[in-house]
Design a protein around this ligand. Structure first.
Ligand code: SF4
Ligand code: ZN
Ligand code: ZN
Length: 305
């Protein structure tokens, strides 16, 4: 297998584009594609300060590395979620610290157990029968937005990839989750106390982001979160992978076709955050008098009594 551009040994064959590339040309294409997507969806410019949500995995560390290399003004934010099962949070944090030291890129580390008194696992003990990922998702959305604002960022970037986005769209469509479908977008505008949210990697597969990480010497946590086992999104990923194997390009056509259709029919209210209220405790946007984050962490330091 030879690189289509220089005929050197290829490191990847991107089947959906029928394109084999060597190490240098893969990295070059990966970075120029990232720039193209940022521009096409008007995600940010060099005048913005971007917070990258960093988990310690391949996608988010690659995104932070790539945006820094492209000379955007970036910082990483890592939340230690207090998932003690299989030492998941402690191990994730180790990779983030290693990355920060090796590449000298700023990453803020926020430990929710130390700062809020409870981690995700304590929150789950409230006995409300909540699913781990919905509690964790609420905490991450709230804190990422808040910490990014506190660090003077005006954009929040997450490293969702093609596999994540296509499986999410698949799940939203088969259960016809209208509101979630409306919100699914490469870029959501700033609104009502929520920062602009962007996803520059949505057209790269997991295989491509992990190769980019490996070729750039980035070590990342390979274990999945113990709470992700059995998650529906993993099942959707499996189904889509089978379709992709049979017909390369299916995932990309599915997602790009959706975004094009959205533009055509002009689905308004991209963010359509219905919370016109402000939390009486912390001042963040919410649909209630007191937001779900403040209810979860009574007496947390953000609360202004
Ligand atoms: Fe949180 Fe669920 Fe992701 Fe684990 S899999 S980090 S619990 S959202
Ligand atoms: Zn080449
Ligand atoms: Zn609040």
């Amino acid at each position: 297998m030879k690189c289509r551009i220089c005929k050197e040994k290829a490191v990847i064959n991107i089947k959906r584009h029928n394109l084999s590339l060597c190490e240098n040309h893969f990295i070059e294409r990966f970075e120029s594609e990232t720039k193209r997507v940022i521009k096409k969806y008007r995600m940010f410019t060099k005048n913005d300060k971007i917070a990258v949500a960093v988990s310690g995995g391949k996608d988010s560390l690659s995104l932070l590395y790539c945006l820094n290399k492209l000379e955007y003004n970036v910082i990483g934010i890592h939340i230690n979620l207090g998932i003690f099962k299989e030492d998941y949070s402690a191990n994730s944090e180790k990779y983030v610290i290693k990355f920060r030291e090796e590449f000298n890129i700023p990453v803020i580390i926020y430990n929710i157990k130390e700062n809020q008194g409870k981690g995700i696992e304590e929150l789950l003990k409230r006995g409300r029968g909540e699913k781990p990922c919905s509690v964790c998702g609420m905490v991450k959305r709230y804190l990422m937005n808040r910490l990014a604002i506190e660090n003077e960022c005006n954009v929040l970037a997450t490293a969702h990839n093609l596999d994540d986005e296509a499986s999410r769209l698949f799940g939203n469509i088969i259960y016809w989750q209208e509101e979630h479908i409306e919100h699914q977008s490469p870029s959501l505008p700033e609104e009502n106390g929520l920062l602009r949210k962007v996803k520059p990697f949505i057209f790269f597969t997991e295989k491509e982001t992990s190769l980019y990480a490996i070729l750039n010497g980035i070590s990342y946590i390979r274990e999945e979160c113990p709470y992700s086992i059995g998650a529906k999104t993993l099942k959707y990923k499996d189904i889509l992978n089978k379709l992709e194997l049979d017909s390369p390009g299916t995932k990309e056509r599915f997602l790009k076709g959706f975004y094009k259709f959205k533009e055509k029919v002009k689905i308004e209210n991209l963010r359509s955050f219905k919370g016109t209220k402000t939390c009486k405790k912390c001042g963040m946007p919410t649909t209630r008098d007191i937001c779900t984050f403040c209810i979860a962490f009574e007496n947390h330091p953000f609360i202004k009594n």
